[in-house]
Design a binder for this molecule. Structure first.
Ligand code: 16C
Length: 261
């Protein structure tokens, strides 16, 4: 375009495919920066053990890696998971991960979900209360969530790339989110999905031609005391359970619906 900085151009050529509404919000510079940073982090490989990633789940296409890290005595182990599923697109995966109406169907650790702000159709602020794990205090999480299409042409072999990025929001921006019975976790999560089409077909594409490559990265700081060994045992059980349940859910939801690119 000859007007690279116009609002109209921003709305159509944004790197994450976002419309104008989110772009004028006070949180947009942070959302844009964290999404770019997390996408780069998700794309970086796990190396051959040289950079600290240790595999802890190896079940066919699904692999999960962790790095053991602690901050002020709290376990904050970063996680990176890779998976490949058939029959769905990147956009479909991200749609079911992002949209609040489906969350209770696949997320098993939730007690309550509230939407604190609708910044735009693809950018929401959530307050979630999670199930309590005895003997630790109950946790909640307050985070913005952004879904977008990636248009940076880095993954040239993929048909398309979509992301959802969730990142803790600042309590001072949402003081009403305070709930005295919960300890607040601090989280950064990205789901990156790439669609692949068998033989690069362009016509008569059916679900049998589709594969979706998934990269999911998360760092969760428990925010307050939780026993390290229990916490590691919990996430080793909960992350594989989440990824299997979520991907099966999306496949089931999509199988009789038209393909959404
Ligand atoms: O990314 C996922 N879900 C998204 C949409 O909900 C979003 C949520 C992230 C939740 C982060 C965890 C919050 C703490 C949960 C407390 C654990 C309850 C377990 C109850 C078991 C009966 O990005 C999918 C998230 C998959 C969650 C895996 C669980 C990770 C546990 C990490 C340990 C947290 C500290 C707990 C301290 C007691």
């Amino acid at each position: 375009s000859s007007v690279p900085n116009s609002t109209e151009n921003a709305a159509t050529e944004d790197e994450f495919g976002t419309g104008g509404a989110a772009r004028v919000h006070r949180l947009w510079p942070e959302i844009d920066r964290i999404c770019t940073e997390q996408l780069k982090y998700a794309r970086a490989g796990v190396g051959e053990g040289g950079n600290g990633w240790q595999i802890f789940v190896d079940e066919g296409e699904m692999k999960m890696y962790k790095r053991e890290e602690e901050v002020n005595g709290l376990v904050v182990d970063p996680l990176k998971a890779c998976h490949m599923v058939k029959g769905v697109t990147a956009r479909e995966m991200c749609h079911y991960f992002f949209m609040p109406e489906y969350r209770n169907d696949w997320e098993t650790t939730l007690e309550d979900v509230q939407i604190l702000e609708r910044i735009s159709p693809d950018t929401l602020v959530f307050l979630q209360t999670h199930k309590r794990i005895w003997p630790a205090s109950q946790r909640d999480a307050m985070f913005w969530s952004h879904m977008g299409k990636v248009n940076d042409n880095v993954d040239a072999d993929a048909h398309d790339v979509w992301i959802v990025c969730n990142h803790s929001a600042d309590e001072k921006d949402y003081p009403e989110s305070k709930n005295s019975k919960c300890v607040r976790v601090i989280l950064t999560v990205i789901l990156v999905c790439q669609t692949y089409i068998e033989n690069n077909k362009t016509t008569n594409i059916t679900r049998d031609d589709l594969s979706c490559k998934i990269t999911y990265c998360s760092v969760v700081n428990p925010g307050g005391w939780a026993p390290a060994s229990a916490l590691r045992a919990i996430y080793k059980r909960e992350y594989p359970k989440f990824l299997k349940r979520f991907t099966k859910y999306v496949i089931d939801q999509c199988k009789d619906k038209p393909i959404m690119f």
